[in-house]
Design a binder for this molecule. Sequence first.
Ligand code: SF4
Length: 505
Amino acid sequence: MENWIFNRSFDYPSNNQLQLIKGKILESSKVEINIEKYLKPILQIVYNFANNPWISQEEIIDQLNIDKSTLKILNEYIRENIYLQNLIIKGGSGYKYWQTISPFCSKINDAINNSFSYPMRIGIYPGVSCMYYCGFCGRNQDARYPSNIVEDGYKMFKSVLSELDPKNSAISLSGGLEPLTNPKLGDIVEFASEHGLKVPLITNGHSLTEKIILKNKGLVKLDSIRISLYGVDERSYEFITTLKNSYKTVKKNCINFLKFRNDVNPKIKFGINYIILKENINDLPKLTEFISEVNSAVNNGPGIDFLSLRDDFDTVTGISDKSDSKKKYHLGGLLNYEDRQKLMYIFNELERDSEIKKIHVDYGYALYAIKNGLAETTLKKITDKEMRKYAHTQMSVCVDLFGDVFLYREAGFLDRPGNKKFIIGRVNKNNSLKNIIENFLYNSNGLENASNDIRFMDPFDHVLSSLINQAENDKKFGIPFEYGPVKLRVDPKNISLGNSWYKDV
Ligand code: SF4
């Protein structure tokens, strides 16, 4: 990591450092340019994109005070220079965003033109209910699906999965509600896997008991499983879930599943996800105890493979959603600057722990910057006004147990107040996923967004909409992505559609 680029502001490198940088640029240079004249604006452009992948060409021009044709020349030079491309994509605080952005750039034109193509990622939400009452969760705590629709739901999911080409679409099984409350979950996993899809499962792990695993033999076909861990001991777990003994239950289930995994399919990657809240920052160091205790209880092979850390993104926390819910309790608010500074020290300690060194740690979009010393960075979010009339169906939708197709991931909670407008149709015998999306794109007026509608978007939704908005603005401005400074936006390489929990892509 070069410190001039991973920095809170652009500081022109010192003379010695500048000579080194210039040497590296020239080594990978494929296009002629007057480097003495343009070195500074080139570095400024690279710095900007490395730290803010959403910056527009118009903003760059304002900042650098250059004309459009000069910017196009500089963009081409940067685009064809491998050293500068690596700095943009891997060198700044936007690293985790660039990892997500890369594959979706192939759908930008369809998204701008509102043309149909199958979503690249589909959230499958098979959960019937949930036993927890997490304070940051957008679910309607009184709602559950009728149990007698599970069989029909299974048939519906099979028809959705059959429509997908595994080369062009990826899925995840998550919620919505808790996936393991669906007795056909194993069958869904098996069907998806046999269709050629990698199947990741996100679960709270409460029902991952030996009995449920035995009944859901298809779980053996999972690609990965991520347990949402809500605490580090009984007290903290009960605080979030409101359920007594939930810590003990989940811990035992993790150990049992890992033993099962090692026996039947060691390729399944197993990890935990921990959401960092104001209320639990100080608990974070104890995560290592959990990992260590689980791993030492697994006596037939490896233990936990990965840990993902996320900050709460305010779909419910804070004041924004209190009016439309009767939640059991409310959380205090989002992390502030002091909290994020504290996190920097905690992450440093965490990284030194021998147990953590053995596993892959994924810090996600904003925590990656904090882990590397920038406490200023927060999650990228669009505003209600910037929400797209036709969302981003070419890139992502989710489908629940009724077959309802939701435009955004945080909308996919049964009877969440305000979410109905984000349902674009129901998959059934007469209506395929394709029909529903086409009908929405070609025969509807799209959405009129209202105040606070962004609470239905998760961080991934924000990234996708930001990307399309940026591409559209750059195109209108006269410097579309083809003439921009980032190669992977026009020529995506090594496309990995799935999640990046357990490895960097
Ligand atoms: S976050 Fe997950 S486990 Fe918690 S209440 Fe919501 S659906 Fe249930």
